[in-house]
Design a binder for this molecule. Sequence first.
Ligand code: A3P
Length: 317
Amino acid sequence: QDSEYNKICEDYKHMLKTLPKGNGWRVQHLYNYNGFWLDSDTLKTNMILNTYFKTQPTDIFLASFMKTGTTWLKALMFSIINRHRYTFSDHYLHHHGPQSTFPLIDSEIYPVNDFTHINAPRLFATHYARDILPLCMTSCKFVYICRDPKDVLTSKWIFMSKLRSKDLTPLLLGEAFELFCQGVSEYGPYWEHVLSYWRASLESPDKILFMKYEDMKKQPKVELKKLAAFLGNPFTLEEVEKGVVEEIVRLCSFENLSKLEVNKKGVERFGKLVEVEKRDFFRKGEIGDWRNYLSKEMKDRIDGIFDEKLKGSGLVL
Ligand code: A3P
């Protein structure tokens, strides 16, 4: 095992020297790994996962590009799967942030953590695009959430600016916009990310549930029922009549989660180095806040890029 691990570390060091480099939003450099931009830590974790991560047939993954609704979906998936363990008056989510419900595998330390202690069905989150996932994962069930690219850019720029290394000059919105349009942003290009899961969902609709943030906002109950059925835990008629669907929607709503003490104070750690203020996972939670940040020209350029890239795919963002 040690020699295998050492080999990965050697390959990783070699990669850092040879892969194309781009500007990072949080750290200085991103590396283009098989078409996707990763920072050095998530690149290394990806290589380690490829060797060490062992799936179980019942594993379920939540995949998302950053800032598309990961926190929300974590809360919802956890609440659906564990709805018989907690009451809505005293729920796990009243005392713990949604981030702690299940691990983001991209930032876990391997090979120390093998997750065998987690009861089935194990839930995991990842931001990696479908094309760079370890092969064994691709036979598992996936929930994917996407969002209007303009809101993603806005949300990500604000979020990453807070996490950005103090040794670097602040990332101006205009710079973030340019990088986003070139596809250079952690886990990006965003359009390739979305397409990687979209195509897979068309091929295996029973394995991949493709969701949109905007649909979740507009018709949360409908989407929640779809999600529960996909997870293999459909709501019974009795549950529907008792108002369980509404309870979960309310529990996991932005309005409710963002006002809980547990989500207002303290930090969440990802890997060794990244610390995020919990409150930064809850900003506005709205559709279309990009209007307060992006000009008409910026809007047109992003819409143009996404129209072009998604053309013929059947997907509209
Ligand atoms: P904004 O910055 O536009 O407000 P992620 O969880 O993938 O990091 O995405 C974060 C975005 O989702 C932020 O968007 C955040 O406010 C929003 N969000 C967090 N919790 C939410 C919830 N329960 N319902 C709706 N949006 C939520």
